[in-house]
Design a binder for this molecule. Structure first.
Ligand code: 0RA
Length: 635
């Protein structure tokens, strides 16, 4: 036995472990930017969620403190504090300082062990300038503090308490994250709301002490409530259908509802971790859905003998679904380690869900009828779309279809350095054509308002002339024939006027890209041009301002305040001459372009539904709520 107060082999191992984390934080938390910074929060919250999933904790409270620290408090059993047989330290100190010593020693459970998740409290501790762990257990309060992962003293008893639970307070280390990153309340809210849906019955509260904002999430219905939330602006075609079952491989939960929308929205999770790349659980769900709906439709006579089967796409139109599985040893694969690889979950989800759906459809003939009616309509539209596409798109695209006449193409045939500008109207189109560098910049003028794709189906969308030109110019096809490798321009730039009409056309185009060309958005091919709002001229000196604030700043600091200045407000791109358009908006060296990203597909989706969908009330509410944030509104 090592002697007390001596530097033991264990101590050395601990220090080496902490050192490894500080030396290569990316290996443990992905990055050291804002994402990695918030990863610390998820790690600590995950431990409390685990305690809740095990049925021992009902409340979790997150506080963002004014001093740059954050605490996570739960009313679980409390991290054990007795001496740990292997390390000779308290279990608490072991959990807090030894790499990979997860909370649930030796126990089964669903503690995540793959990917970046579940690396635990010791990593957070190592990457924090200061950490305090408090445990409420056995009628006492225990406490230990750390700096950069090293204990500042022994475990102490600091008081008495009749409660049980754990509170971890940590302040991320500026040496690792820099000193400008802060906790973002909205990021934390979004994540915790999602966790509350996925962990039925737990209450998660958030207090931001920087401005005293408070939030509380509790969802009795779990993922079934999540479906209602996602569909709150859509027209429901069925009840929310939900099943959960413990199986040998783990735990399976599925909830879904059909709506009048044309798109599908499926979100999948494994051990509460979002798996946007899908995986085995999704595959199992999809095959069960198609098979079960077709079987029922045949049996009930809703599909006749001569009818083709409903396709996988048909049964997903208007579907909102959540698949959440728990698995003992999750394998995360794919480009972003967000695809569930566990083969056994395919059959598990497939059998749980198809057994349940079969019974549900038989017992609820009204729901069954409207679901199958919707799928059959989708099938008819698909056949119509195929016919339309065969005549207008596929034929052309595959046989070197002539590009639209209005497209002023570039001479480069290398997509990686080619740009396509989508310009509102012919007059701005004219300026852009003259101002561009024709080597690599192509211009496609769009006339008037393009179709609102949120309220139309693929067959009508491909028949719309403006959209047809756009699809042919991009070269990627649409729907079943979409192929990103055929993209003719790696930058597709939306260039609209800085007024309300311009904003509307931009939103319509973004909706189109989001709904039908989401891959282009996700791969970073869609951009928004930033034309200037003002030109300020004084004598022979002139400058462009892109925002109201910038104009103010320039007038105060760059121009002579006693002499006359001329301020030109650009209402539209057409008011700029070609040279001006080039130097302010199109020249790669001087322009400012925004890359469109989908940080949170779910949020973006909801905003699109709100703004573009058929329900008027939510749109009005959204605009009222956010009207103050819309700047440069020019009516
Ligand atoms: C291991 C065993 C027990 C509880 C925990 C870990 C535990 C860990 C964390 C981390 C955050 N909150 C937590 N709550 C509990 C249970 C020991 C027992 O009482 O049997």
């Amino acid at each position: 036995m090592p002697e007390k107060n001596n530097y033991t082999a264990e101590d050395i191992q601990v220090l080496e472990g902490l050192q490894a984390v500080r030396k290569r934080p990316g290996m443990y938390i992905g990055t050291t930017d804002v994402a990695g910074f918030h990863h610390l929060v998820w790690e600590v919250v995950d431990n409390s969620i685990d305690e809740a999933m095990a049925g021992h904790c009902k409340n979790i409270l997150i506080k963002i403190h004014k001093d740059g620290s954050l605490s996570v408090e739960d009313d679980g059993r409390g991290i054990p504090v007795e001496k740990h047989s292997k390390t000779g330290k308290s279990s608490l100190e072991t959990v807090m300082t030894i790499l990979h010593a997860g909370g649930k020693f030796g126990g089964g459970g669903y503690k995540v062990s793959g990917g970046l998740h579940g690396v635990g409290a010791s990593v957070v501790n190592a990457l924090s300038a200061y950490t305090k762990a408090e445990v409420f257990r056995d009628g006492k309060v225990y406490m230990q503090e750390y700096a950069q992962g090293k204990p500042l003293g022994e475990l102490q008893t600091t008081g008495v308490s009749s409660q049980t639970g754990t509170r971890i307070t940590f302040r991320p280390d500026p040496e690792i994250f820099g000193d400008t990153v802060e906790f973002n309340l909205q990021t934390i809210i979004n994540r915790l709301r999602q966790q509350a849906y996925l962990t039925r019955g737990v209450t998660i509260a958030i207090i931001d002490e920087r401005d005293n904002r408070k939030y509380r999430f509790y969802f009795e219905g779990g993922i079934a409530s999540y479906i209602s939330y996602l569909n709150k602006n859509r027209e429901p075609l069925s009840q929310v259908i939900a099943v959960e079952k413990e199986v040998e491989e783990g735990y399976v939960e599925v909830a879904l509802q059909y709506t009048g929308a044309f798109q599908e929205n499926i979100f999948t999770f494994a051990n509460n971790i979002h798996t946007p790349e899908g995986g085995m659980h999704l595959t199992g769900f999809r095959s069960a859905l198609t098979r079960t709906i077709n079987a029922y439709a045949r049996k009930a006579g809703l599909l006749k003998e001569k009818d083709e089967n409903l396709s996988a796409d048909d049964v997903r139109e208007g579907l909102t679904a959540i698949i959440s599985v728990k698995v003992h040893d999750p394998q995360f694969e794919g480009q972003t380690k967000s695809k569930l690889g566990n083969q056994e979950m395919r059959a598990a989800v497939e059998s749980v869900f198809s057994d349940f759906l079969t019974v549900f459809l038989e017992e609820n003939p009204k729901d069954a009828q409207s679901i199958i009616g919707k799928c059959a309509l989708a099938a008819r539209a698909r056949l119509a779309a195929r016919a339309a596409r065969d005549s207008v798109i596929r034929k052309g695209a595959l046989e070197g279809m002539t590009l639209p006449g209005k497209l002023a193409d570039c001479s480069s045939k290398d997509p990686s350095n080619s740009e396509l500008y989508l310009v509102e109207g012919d007059s701005a189109g004219g300026s852009a054509k003259q101002g561009r560098n024709r080597d690599f910049q192509a211009i496609l003028p769009l006339r008037g308002k393009i179709l609102n794709v949120e309220q139309a189906r693929l067959d009508r969308i491909v028949a719309n002339n403006e959209i047809k030109s756009l699809i042919i110019a991009m070269g990627v096809g649409v729907g079943e024939t979409f192929d990103i490798s055929r993209l003719r321009y790696h930058r597709v730039v939306i260039m609209t006027d800085a007024d309300v009409d311009g904003a509307h056309i931009r939103t319509l185009l973004l909706t189109l890209f989001f709904r039908y060309f989401r891959d282009l958005v996700e791969k970073g091919h869609i951009y928004i041009a930033q034309p200037p709002l003002y030109k300020i001229t004084q004598n022979r000196k002139s400058a462009y301002a892109y925002t109201e604030e910038q104009k103010q700043l320039m007038l105060e600091s760059d121009f002579d305040s006693s002499m006359k200045v001329n301020i030109q407000r650009y209402k539209g791109l057409g008011e700029m001459n070609p040279d001006q358009l080039w130097e302010t908006t199109m020249d790669p060296v001087r322009r400012k372009m925004l890359k469109v990203t989908i940080e949170d597909a779910e949020q973006a989706d909801m905003i699109f539904d709100t703004l573009m969908g058929s329900e008027v009330a939510p749109r009005k509410k959204f605009i009222q709520t956010h009207a103050k944030r819309v700047k440069n509104l020019d009516i």
